[in-house]
Ligand binder design. Structure first.
Ligand code: IPE
Ligand code: IPE
Ligand code: MG
Length: 239
């Protein structure tokens, strides 16, 4: 991938993606919605390779939200099976690429045991990799994450005067994960849909009309260029 138009010194450290539009991609082609999810696999791997080429350290992708249980049972079942199959088929490849796999989300009873096992094995296999962390948000909800952090605060017996932003951040699903610099959502929807609510307070948001199955490293690069054209102030003044 070419670096032209990109400032190699201002590559975002953490990019988060809402992989949206699989269903519409399939419908446009007279296919089943689940075919759209399957077609998203290539988009995910091309994007991950593009992120590695750019030197992005953290890539987080929204794979299944706490609200996606509202979908028809067949589609939910497919998504459970598909995510397990993708991990089983491709974790060695990710491992060879130097990718560390992590998960954020609720490990509740609705997630099949065999999928949870497969997730744990993938984390274990890739735990020492250093090139990039690919975090898969699965059964993830930003509100659920904050609720779970507050539960942990209470369980830890933290006194009210000790409840700080740091105390909450330390109890999120992955306390090591830096806040996303850039959030990209595909499919022309302008919302976050409960993704990384706490962490995205100061993320730059980029929206793309491309449906997720058509998303490639080139689109990621375009989003990074847009990111580099923004001025981040974090509430202060730009120098
Ligand atoms: C995103 O694609 C994948 C998941 C939410 C699991 P959608 O399935 O939401 O596709 P659209 O938005 O209906 O086109
Ligand atoms: C967000 O997409 C969740 C994932 C991409 C996994 P949705 O398609 O579920 O979001 P809404 O329903 O359009 O807000
Ligand atoms: Mg959608």
């Amino acid at each position: 991938m070419s670096f032209s138009g990109l400032d190699p010194d201002r590559i975002p450290c953490h990019v988060a993606c809402v992989m949206d539009g699989n269903g519409r991609w399939a419908e446009q082609r007279g296919l089943k919605r689940t075919d759209g999810h399957a077609a998203g696999e290539e988009a995910l791997f091309d994007t991950a390779e593009g992120a590695l080429e750019l030197g992005i350290q953290w890539l987080t992708v929204y794979a299944f939200s706490t609200e996606n249980w509202r979908r028809p049972a067949d589609e939910v079942k497919f998504l459970m099976w598909f995510n397990q199959s993708l991990l089983e088929r491709r974790r060695d490849e990710l491992n060879d690429m130097g990718v560390r796999i992590r998960f954020i989300g609720r490990r509740d009873w609705r997630v099949p045991k065999r999928l949870l096992r497969c997730m744990d094995e993938s984390v274990e296999l890739t735990r020492d990799n250093k090139r990039m962390t690919l975090t898969i948000a699965f059964n993830y909800g930003g509100r659920a994450e904050i609720v779970d952090a507050v539960k942990a605060l209470v369980a830890d017996g933290v006194a009210p005067n000790k409840v700080t932003e740091k105390a909450i951040a330390r109890r999120l699903y992955d306390p090591d994960m830096p806040e996303p610099d850039l959030m990209v959502r595909t499919s022309g929807e302008f919302r976050t849909s409960n993704f990384l609510l706490w962490e995205m307070a100061y993320s730059e948001l980029v929206f793309s009309d491309t449906l997720w199955p058509d998303f490639r490293r080139q689109h990621l690069r375009d989003a990074v260029i847009e990111f580099q054209n923004r001025t981040r102030r974090f509430g202060g003044l730009s120098s």
